[in-house]
Design a protein around this ligand. Sequence first.
Ligand SMILES: NC(=O)c1ccc[n+]([C@@H]2O[C@H](COP(=O)([O-])OP(=O)(O)OC[C@H]3O[C@@H](n4cnc5c(N)ncnc54)[C@H](O)[C@@H]3O)[C@@H](O)[C@H]2O)c1
Length: 341
Amino acid sequence: MFSRIARPAAAAAAGLGRGLATTAQNNAKVAVLGASGGIGQPLSLLLKNSPLVSRLSLYDIAHTPGVAADLSHIETRAHVKGFLGPEQLPECLKGCNVVVIPAGVPRKPGMTRDDLFNTNASIVASLTSACAKHCPEAMICIISNPVNSTIPITSEIFKKHGVYNPNRIFGVTTLDIIRANTFVAELKGLDPARVSVPVIGGHAGKTIIPLISQCTPKVDFPQDQLEKLTGRIQEAGTEVVKAKAGAGSATLSMAYAGARFVFSLVDAMNGKEGVIECSFVRSEETESPYFSTPLLLGKNGIEKNLGIGKISPFEEKMIAEAMSELKASIKKGEEFAKNFK
Ligand SMILES: NC(=O)c1ccc[n+]([C@@H]2O[C@H](COP(=O)([O-])OP(=O)(O)OC[C@H]3O[C@@H](n4cnc5c(N)ncnc54)[C@H](O)[C@@H]3O)[C@@H](O)[C@H]2O)c1
């Protein structure tokens, strides 16, 4: 039996990947789409620094020649190549095992993630159409917001191309887990690297549901403090958007989170056992057709959905309250994809 408390990739991300999986093939071919952006650049740096990656393909509509030239001088084995503009996208994607997508506009103060829908929905739909055509077997990791809609969009696009596999399409919610771990550690005076809080549901406001009752080590908070902590985790992205005052949203912590997720996925693809991450995926765990829960990862993506597990009445109430927003965001994404040409 594997443990729900595992922190499979935190060490990899914290140690920038060095020294892990020495017996594995370490030949992951990873593409980053939106590689020149605030998330794309530091994420590409972390991936370049990992011995798990042998080829790093960087795509964007701007600046990739420079970003690729810069990263290619780092003394690690991943071969880096930049690809610029839609005509170079097919070449970028050919042979990739993992595609990470942080392309799209970020929030400015006062905006919700859903306010990004009009711009980012078409960006994600066109990039994932290219993935469905040129690397249909790859693991697709979507960072672009609103994640609650961009994952349904990706699924519908893959269905349109007849290559849909729900075990290979992931909404990256890892930043919510990282924030929950950090905030709990701060409050309890613990080492954050040893704290593990599953965060389920979706990736926007009230749909972000931290399961503090399942935290390891076990922690207890009075109800008022628990509510404050939960609210801070749900609004942590907005905390960064406000602090950046118009210069964007979380980029560095998101790059760390994205790298952690990719390292977990690649470790599992390489045959490492017991790798667990939460991610927003196609799901039958609740009445919402997509939902994030802890997932056991394996060679072919999701090996087993570990489900919600035992939760408190407070957490049950949060799930019930998230349902209508989640379902509406999912429907919006599905409708968009159906009409996308
Ligand atoms: N999942 C999460 O937890 C999380 C956290 C933070 C931010 N985000 C989201 O990530 C996205 C990127 O944020 P950022 O701060 O890096 O933004 P950014 O504006 O700094 O970078 C976005 C990059 O995407 C590129 N791009 C735009 N259209 C493209 C296209 N059609 N093809 C390829 N590249 C394209 C831009 O040129 C730019 O380099 C936003 O949607 C943001 O909301 C998600």
